[in-house]
Design a protein around this ligand. Sequence first.
Ligand SMILES: [Zn+2]
Length: 259
Amino acid sequence: MFELFIFILGTAIGSFLGVVIDRLPRDESLNGRSHCNFCKHNLGVLDLLPVISFILLNGKCRYCKRKLSWQYPFIEMLTGLLFVMVFIVRYPAGVYLEQDFYSLLAYLGIVSCAIVIFMVDLKKQIIPDEVQISLFLIVFLLKILQGVSVTGLGFGLVEGALVMVPILFLYLLTKGRGMGFGDVKLSFIVGFLLGLKSGLVALYIAFILGAIVGVLLLVSKKKKMKSKIAFGPYIILGMIMMLFWQETILQIIRNIYRI
Ligand SMILES: [Zn+2]
């Protein structure tokens, strides 16, 4: 039952994330009423039910009947599913302690930031600082909730800096064309969150996925050799995979490289 609750919570948060993804790159206020992007008609409660409204309205605006973007229901479903994943994977024994409850909230916050970074970077090739800072602060709070000492926090920051090094190097080498500085900052946060080893593995996953998708796009002629491809989404995928399946992935890597 708690899974269903957390899924519905996820779709509601996802509805908000959809707005953030739309408005943040345009520096639009997040407070304004939700409105149709075409006819600007304000949306009522019945138009704003996550996923359900989209299905009931057959994917069209109630007022101007124009086709709504698939982005909203997609983000809502994705957030709901990832929230349930966090709960199942990280809390297999359930959430009973107050401390667990707060750390669960922190993980949900991390996933929410991850979704925004993924989508905004994919669409606009930027990673807004507001989201990076939010992500960093949530990771910081999570560490405090987990009882990490001041020394431990300092050590974590050093690990973040070390994970950042390869991306910083690529950023300097390509003069910002291959990697943006947003990727550098993001890899620092990923290293802080996951630690040195898992952080580097997350980047490794990002490079593999990036290479696979890059080749596929080249072959399908969707992109040219010189076109810009955002790397942030791959870092996010690597981070989420390590957040969910850290032990399994580390075991696979140990088996492949016999270390
Ligand atoms: Zn409309």
